[in-house]
Ligand binder design. Structure first.
Ligand code: NOJ
Length: 535
């Protein structure tokens, strides 16, 4: 059996602005990423996903693109992007860009032209209406904005400066697929697809039905008292997934990872019905709100196994540039973080790790009023603690602080007097250099398990079987391919526990006390074992 590379790979997400600043302006850049490629290679990740670095007014830090074929000057040049692709490949790794197909910046020449009048060559490239309907944007409130030039309203699924393109216009689709082809022809290995689930809207702009739901949920992300029936997960979006897949296939096997949300049985449709002929992967965001309990993960794994059987593959993601960091959710407990990454890197799925997660970086709570992220400004009259209580990240600056490389000023991220966002003050102890020197660190745990994953086909390609009859606090599963079988045992409790278990060769232990001897496993609190059976 041999699965396509995009179903066996491991993904590391880089937020370029915060990764490494090579020219001392306080902002991370592409040459900075280039300088850190060896770090990523040695750590063992196989695929890099870069958040957007294209020309942009940076009102949403690159998720508002004004030219898809040039690079924002603070990040570098086109040549830097080509060089990064080449150097990543030279190390046997892959690189995936972030495609924001749903919307452009309101400063994109397409939109500037579109808004000038009702009759211009781009008049129909965006969604214009004489009157708004009742739809809510993903950030709350009406997503319609008035443009006096046309005496009409345009639709923006996210924030008002991010107008949605009209994919019912074949010229729009053609233009965007040409951009996709441009990057594929330059060697990019695929794309993460920004809010792909809202890309088509109802052709008749019917009003959404009302629903009592105060806070958006993963199932109904534009919540806010309505069901997003006519602006989310339309059948045409599933078809576009297939069309995009065909374009990618012109260039060989490419990864397409959809940022989609909605009910699990619906988001599955982006992958294809029985064949995986749509997107190759989708995020399943419910797990970003994980609870650190064996039972929670047992259910999650069972549900994902049922939802993404072969030839599909689930994605395991616990942090990203929009949501609370996993270490914050774990209240800074490195033992729990080590257990969580052991799970993430050994379960059947593609793991996607956010930069800094490998050293346990935590959120830095920053005030709303001075936020660089545009989102908190929309909610400036609501006190921050309300969102904290609801577990919502509104100021995404909190999770985008500079990477913590070492204990030198600015955590070794930049030589500038000021970095674009403050460095988390915990950088003196939480940093790459310190953890590299500590064999039991989170960083070295990630490295060790990634190495095991490369060495054992069962971890990359094997089937998964949940184990029954273990103590309630222990999560256990096996991974198997042909004769090779591995068992993973994880103790989510604080108490040591012992139970009968077949003897095999211990490949990895989370704590020195974790052991397998004479037909019994013994796991320390928050301990774990990876055991090898068979050839
Ligand atoms: C989702 C991205 O993850 C987020 O960062 C961005 O602000 C919105 N899409 C709009 O593009």
């Amino acid at each position: 059996m041999s699965l396509p590379w995009y179903h066996t790979t491991t993904i590391y997400q880089i937020y370029p602005r915060s990764f490494y600043d090579s020219n001392g302006d306080g902002i991370g850049d592409l040459p900075g990423i280039l300088q850190k490629l060896d770090y990523l290679h040695e750590l063992g990740f196989e695929t890099l996903w870069l958040s957007p670095f294209f020309a942009s007014p940076q009102k949403d830090f690159g998720y508002d693109i004004s030219d898809y074929l040039s690079i924002a000057p603070e990040y570098g040049t086109l040549d830097d992007a080509f060089c990064l692709i080449e150097e990543t490949h030279r190390r046997g790794m892959r690189i995936v860009f972030d495609m924001v197909m749903n919307h452009t910046s309101d400063q994109h020449p397409w939109f500037l032209e579109s808004r000038t009048s009702r009759h211009n060559p781009k008049a129909d490239w965006y969604l214009w209406r004489d009157q708004p309907n009742n739809w809510h944007s993903l950030t709350g409130g009406s997503g319609w904005r008035y443009a006096p030039e046309r005496d009409q309203y345009y639709w923006a699924s996210f924030l008002p400066f991010q107008p949605d393109l009209n994919y019912r216009n074949p010229d729009v689709k053609r233009a965007m697929l040409e951009i996709v082809r441009f990057w594929l022809s330059r060697g990019v290995d695929g794309f993460r697809l920004d809010i792909f689930n809202v890309i088509y809207k109802d052709a008749e702009f019917r009003n959404n039905p009302l629903k009592f739901q105060l806070i958006p949920s993963v199932d109904n992300p534009s919540g806010f008292f309505q069901e997003a029936r006519y602006n989310l997960n339309l059948p045409e979006s599933f078809l576009l997934a297939k069309e995009l897949r065909q374009v990618c296939d012109e260039f060989g096997p490419k990864l397409t990872l959809g940022e989609v949300s909605g009910k699990r049985e619906i988001i599955r449709k982006y992958l294809g019905e029985t064949e995986n002929d749509g997107l190759t992967l989708v995020f399943d965001f419910a797990m970003l709100n994980f609870r650190f309990q064996a039972d929670y993960f047992r259910r999650l794994i069972a549900d994902l196994e049922a939802a993404y059987p072969a030839p599909f593959m689930p994605v395991y993601v616990f942090s990203n540039h929009d949501r609370r960091r996993s270490m914050t959710r774990l209240k800074g407990d490195a033992r729990k973080a080590r257990l969580l990454v052991t799970l993430q890197l050994t379960v059947r799925g593609v793991p996607c790790m956010y930069y800094g997660e490998e050293i346990g970086m935590t959120d830095l709570p920053l005030p709303f009023h001075s936020a660089l992220d545009p989102l908190p400004h929309k909610y400036r009259f609501v006190p921050r603690f309300v969102f904290d209580l609801l577990g919502l990240t509104i100021n995404r600056d909190d999770v985008r602080t500079p990477m913590q490389w070492d204990a030198s000023p600015n955590a070794g991220f930049s030589s500038a007097p000021h970095t674009w966002l403050p460095v988390h003050p915990n950088y003196r102890t939480v940093n790459v250099a310190a953890q590299q020197a500590d064999p039991g660190s989170l960083l070295n745990t990630v490295r060790a398990i990634l190495a095991l994953r490369r060495a054992h086909a069962s971890l990359r390609e094997g089937t998964l079987q949940l184990l029954d009859g273990l103590p309630a606090q222990v999560l256990g599963y096996t991974r198997q391919v042909s004769e090779e079988r591995l068992a993973i045992l994880l103790n989510f409790g604080e108490q040591t526990c012992a139970f009968p278990f077949s003897t095999g060769q211990v490949l990895f232990r989370l704590t020195p006390e974790d052991n397998l001897e004479a037909g019994a496993a013994r796991l320390a609190g928050l301990g774990g074992l990876i055991v090898h059976f068979g050839s």
